[in-house]
Each structure stands twice: as structure tokens, then as C-alpha cells.
Design a protein around this ligand. Structure first.
Ligand code: AMP
Length: 552
């Protein structure tokens, strides 16, 4: 199908040609003729990347009355980035129309210019809800004569808490209008807004409702919250060719994860709301060009990012709204390729797995946290792939080869391979030697803090997952003394919690605890004493450097 069949304004067709759009996308095939020929409302599932902006932008521009200088169409969207992107796109679609009057209205920027542009006369307003409500309230923006209202990314607008603003805008718009609601997911909230403000909408069905793309494999990794970053690193290391987006819940989280990744030598950066527009554009540009391998982002900041070919989406934090999980995951597995959606889930969020499965209509696979063997094998095979794929210039090498071959004389093929691998890998293998198993036990080995007093009394009752209870004599325990006591705030739960925080997957049995004013004696299973002394070495307790010695 060609764009000429729709009967769009010739100047718009010219712009489409200049943009290089040859055929309409499925969303465009349905939405363009609908807006051009019908006043009926429309509701549809359409994601970023589907060509939705042109789907509503082209027919709106085509139907705009140039003889009237007032707001005729309103496009609402959740974020400043998207607002600017839609405005830019509308600008390029109307490249051959003189002064179409498209004005962007968004928060986080001065009111002055936006007010001035609105006063000069806008025909199409692209707005974020909060700022628009302000400007309507001030009598600057007048939407009483619009004939078309687009709610783009309605789910995100509602997730961002714009419900009241949306309702105020919808109430202020004339009853006789065409409303088009687009959303990547159809949550109950979206459905409620639709049933209240849309009249007998035509349903646009391009994708299936709330069902995850079949080309995405979903895996989750159950971890202790404290191990999340370690697990993230292992997932990245076991997928050496990864080109992925890592999602965090907060901007602070995005920054922290990215900083730690960068500090450990990964090719990563963060995208979050604290960055200036220029910085954001710069980082997105680098990621698009694949100069960045990993981008850590919040859901909001990633909205304006349109990147194809992602191999992985990693959920470092699960979103509160699980439909966002689906939205995130849909960013991989595009263009006929298979993508991976990996969720790092802490023990407390276990119940969410079933809810995700219900949201996406698919089962999630439980993944095994990669250990030394899997990571090293993946890295080695990746290196071999690179070796077989490398291009070399026979002519330029020719003059050096004789001397090199002479040096390697006497080494057989296998010997040579082992040496090349070792050259690259010794350092790597060293850093990956004996990684601890971070898989949490299904039942915690250590006693929950509220049960600690029982422990203090040395009543060693059997617990699920524990070794068989033994009638150990005090002889199998050794006393250790910590240089902090009651005046430093030591309590049995705090002591156990400090020990737990540095012993990770290892189970260390603690016996009696005796807290004195300025020191604490506690019993540790003899076999764990050296280990405990080594992991507690550089620790601090309530700001005080920990010193532990054997004996009482
Ligand atoms: P959107 O879903 O509106 O964010 O659009 C995604 C991208 O597809 C944008 O870069 C558009 O410029 C581009 N695009 C939209 N429609 C077409 C089309 N019919 N042919 C080629 N590219 C398109």
C-alpha cells in the first residue's frame, strides 16, 4: 500500500516522501483513513516504534483549517521528551506547509515562551497534562474549539499520576470532538478512562491485548536483595555480546547502578531525569550508535528512546505496575529477532512472578545464576567467535609473518590455542575463580531476627533446610569477642544481621551471645571461625571499625 491512497494533503505527501516513508505501517493503515473520514472515537494498543505519531499526525495536519488561528487539535502525552519528539515529528510532516502553528507545552521549562507562542496563535497543541492544566487555568490555552484530542501513551500518563489533570482536560474539551486513545497496555485504569470519556470507540487492534511478544524469552533470577548487583554483573558477563537496557525504579538507582558498572570497567551509562536535555540526547545517541553497550534507565527516562536490535532487557528492579514489565520487555525481540527479558527478583517479590505471568500471558523460566564455569565458558566462546570473525589483511601481515612463524616454531596447534587463550584469559579467570553460589536457599538457613532470642539461649532446634540438628557440645563452638557492646548499640539481632550481611551464601552457626557494656562475646561453630574472622576484618559496626579476636 502507498500513502497516496489516503487522500492526504499533497504538501504532506511531499514531506512523507522526503522522510523516506514508502509504505504505511499497520497502525497507520488503520488510523489515517479513520481520522480522515470518520468522527468516531478510537481506542488502540500501539507502542513506540509502531509509527503511531504519523498515524495520527498526518491526518490531523491534513484536516487542519489554515484559515482559523485557534487550537483545533490537542495531543496529550506523558513526558517532556515525548512532547518534544511528537512536536519535532509534526514539524517534519508539515515541512511544506507554511506556519502550521504547532506549539509544544510541557513542564520543567519557562512559561514565558510557551505563553507567547500560544498567544501568537496555535492550531495544534502538543502538551503534557500538568502544564496544560495550568495554562488553561490561567486563560492562556483555550481548548474549547478542538475537534480532535489524542491521548498518547495513556497508560503512562495514568501511571505517572496525571489522572486528575486528564479528567480536567477532558471535561474542558468540547463534547463534539473525536478522541483517539493510544496505549501500549490496556490496564483497568485506562479502560475506566476510556469508558468515561470515549463514545462508542472503534477498536484498533494491531497487536494482541496484554500478551507478550512471542519473540521474547522471559527468565527470572531469584536473589537476596543484597546480591542484586553481583547477579547483574554475572548476567552481563555471561552474555558477552549483550546490547541491553537495564531498568531501575528510581533515578538514584539508575545512577548508582551505572556508576558501579562504570567503576568496574563496563561500557555503561545512565539515563535519568536529573540530566539536562543535551546530556540525555548525547547518551541516547551513543547508545543508538552502539558505542554504549549498556544503558541503565528509569521507565520515564527511557520513554523517548527508540532503539531497535536490543539483545536484552534487564529488570534490575521490578516496576510497581507489572504492565510496565511487559512494555519494557517489548523493547527487545523486535525485527524478527529473539530477545531476552531477564528479571532480577528479590526474595520478597517472589509473589510477583505469578502476577507477571498473568499479565503477559506467558510462563517465566527460572534461571540459574551463572557461576564461574558458565561465565568463563561464555567469555571463551565469545572470544572464539571474534577470532573466527576477525578480518585480516593478508598483504599487510605478509612482511611480519616469517619472523612470527619462526618464533612460534615448535608449538603445535593445541599448544598455540591454549597459549593465546591464556594470554587473554588469565586475568579474567583469576577474577572469576571460585565465585560463591548466590542462589538463595528456598528456606533461609539462618534464623529470622525475631527468633534470635531462642538462638541466644543456644536451643538449637532443627529448621527446614538446616543440617540435621546435632547434640553438639559447647566444644564444637569457639568464643569470639567483638570490640563493641551495649553502649555501641549491639543487640543480638544487630549482631546476627552484621554477620549475615558479610557471610552471604555461607551458613555460619552462632551459639550463645553475651553482650557486655563495651564488648560482646559470641560463640561460632569452630569450622567457621577463620572464615568469619576474614570476612569481618574490614567491617564496621555503627561506624566503629570491627575488631574481633578469638577467645573470651
Ligand atoms: P513512532 O512509533 O511514531 O515513534 O515512530 C517510530 C519511527 O518510525 C520514527 O522514527 C518514524 O519516523 C518512523 N516511521 C513512522 N512511519 C513510518 C513509515 N511508514 N515508514 C518508515 N518509517 C516510519
Amino acid at each position: 500500500m502507498s500513502f497516496t491512497v489516503f487522500g492526504l494533503n499533497p504538501n504532506i505527501l511531499k514531506a512523507i516522501e522526503a522522510l523516506g516513508f514508502e509504505h504505511p505501517t499497520p497502525v497507520q493503515e488503520k488510523v489515517i483513513p479513520h481520522i480522515l473520514s470518520s468522527d468516531r472515537d478510537m481506542i488502540g494498543l500501539a507502542e513506540t516504534g509502531s509509527g503511531k505519531t504519523a498515524a495520527f499526525g498526518l491526518p490531523i495536519l491534513s484536516r487542519i483549517d489554515m484559515s482559523f488561528r485557534g487550537v483545533q487539535a490537542l495531543i496529550l502525552c506523558p513526558t517532556r521528551e515525548l512532547c518534544l519528539q511528537i512536536t519535532r515529528d509534526m514539524g517534519s510532516f508539515s515541512k511544506y506547509i507554511s506556519d502550521p502553528g504547532i506549539v509544544a507545552v510541557y513542564g520543567g521549562s519557562s512559561y514565558r515562551t510557551q505563553k507567547q507562542k500560544l498567544k501568537e496563535g496555535a492550531r495544534i497543541v502538543v502538551a503534557t497534562p500538568g502544564r496544560l492544566v495550568d495554562l488553561i487555568g490561567q486563560g492562556i490555552a483555550d481548548i474549547s474549539r478542538i475537534w480532535c484530542l489524542v491521548l498518547d501513551e495513556a497508560d503512562i500518563m495514568l501511571n505517572m499520576g496525571f489522572k486528575e489533570e486528564l479528567e480536567a482536560i477532558l471535561e474542558a474539551a468540547p463534547e463534539e470532538r473525536q478522541t483517539l486513545l493510544l496505549s501500549a497496555t490496556m490496564s483497568d485504569e485506562v479502560a475506566r478512562i476510556a469508558s468515561r470519556f470515549l463514545r462508542d470507540p472503534a477498536e484498533l487492534t494491531v497487536g494482541k491485548k496484554n500478551v507478550a511478544t512471542a519473540s521474547v524469552e522471559h527468565t527470572y533470577y531469584m536473589v537476596h536483595a543484597r546480591d542484586k548487583f553481583q547477579v547483574l554483573k554475572r548476567l552481563v558477563d555471561s552474555h558477552p555480546g549483550i546490547y541491553g537496557l537495564i531498568f531501575t525504579r528510581t533515578r538514584g538507582g539508575a545512577k548508582e547502578v551505572a556508576d558501579k558498572m562504570i567503576g568496574e570497567g563496563y561500557n555503561a551509562d545512565a539515563l535519568h531525569g536529573d540530566l539536562s536535555q543535551d546530556q540525555r540526547e548525547y547518551i541516547m545517541g551513543k547508545f543508538r550508535e552502539r558505542k554504549l553497550q549498556l544503558l541503565v534507565a528509569t521507565d520515564i527516562a527511557a520513554r523517548g528512546l527508540d532503539v531497535q536490535d536490543l539483545t536484552h532487557v534487564i529488570h534490575y528492579d521490578l516496576p510497581d505496575d507489572l504492565e510496565i514489565y511487559n512494555h519494557r520487555s517489548g523493547r527487545t525481540g523486535r525485527a524478527g529477532k529473539t530477545g531476552q527479558s531477564l528479571a532480577i527478583i528479590n526474595m520478597k517479590e517472589k509473589y510477583k512472578i505469578r502476577r507477571i505471568e498473568m499479565t503477559i500471558g506467558r510462563k517465566l523460566k527460572e534461571g540459574r545464576i551463572p557461576g564461574t564455569r558458565e561465565i568463563c565458558e561464555a567469555q571463551l566462546l565469545d572470544m572464539m567467535d571474534r577470532v573466527t570473525a576477525v578480518e585480516f589483511d593478508e598483504q599487510r601481515l605478509a612482511s611480519y609473518l616469517p619472523a612470527i612463524l619462526q618464533k612460534l616454531d615448535g608449538l603445535d596447534r593445541e599448544d598455540l590455542i591454549k597459549r593465546f587463550i591464556s594470554l587473554e584469559f588469565n586475568r579474567f579467570l583469576d577474577s572469576y575463580r571460585n565465585l560463591p553460589d548466590l542462589t538463595p536457599l528456598q528456606q533461609p538457613k539462618r534464623m529470622p531476627e525475631r527468633e534470635v532470642p531462642q538462638r541466644m539461649r543456644g536451643e538449637r532446634k532443627g529448621r527446614p533446610g538446616d543440617r540435621a540438628p546435632s547434640r553438639r557440645s559447647e566444644g564444637s563452638f569457639m568464643w569470639l569477642t567483638l570490640n563493641a557492646g551495649k553502649i555501641d548499640g549491639v543487640t543480638p539481632p544487630k549482631l546476627i544481621s552484621m554477620i549475615n550481611s558479610c557471610t552471604r551464601g555461607q551458613s555460619v552457626d552462632i551459639g550463645k551471645i553475651d553482650i557486655g557494656p563495651d564488648r560482646t562475646r559470641f560463640q561460632v561453630e569452630s569450622g567457621s571461625v577463620d572464615y568469619l574472622l576474614s570476612v569481618l576484618k574490614r567491617r564496621s559496626f555503627q561506624g566503629k571499625r570491627v575488631k574481633i579476636r578469638g577467645g573470651i
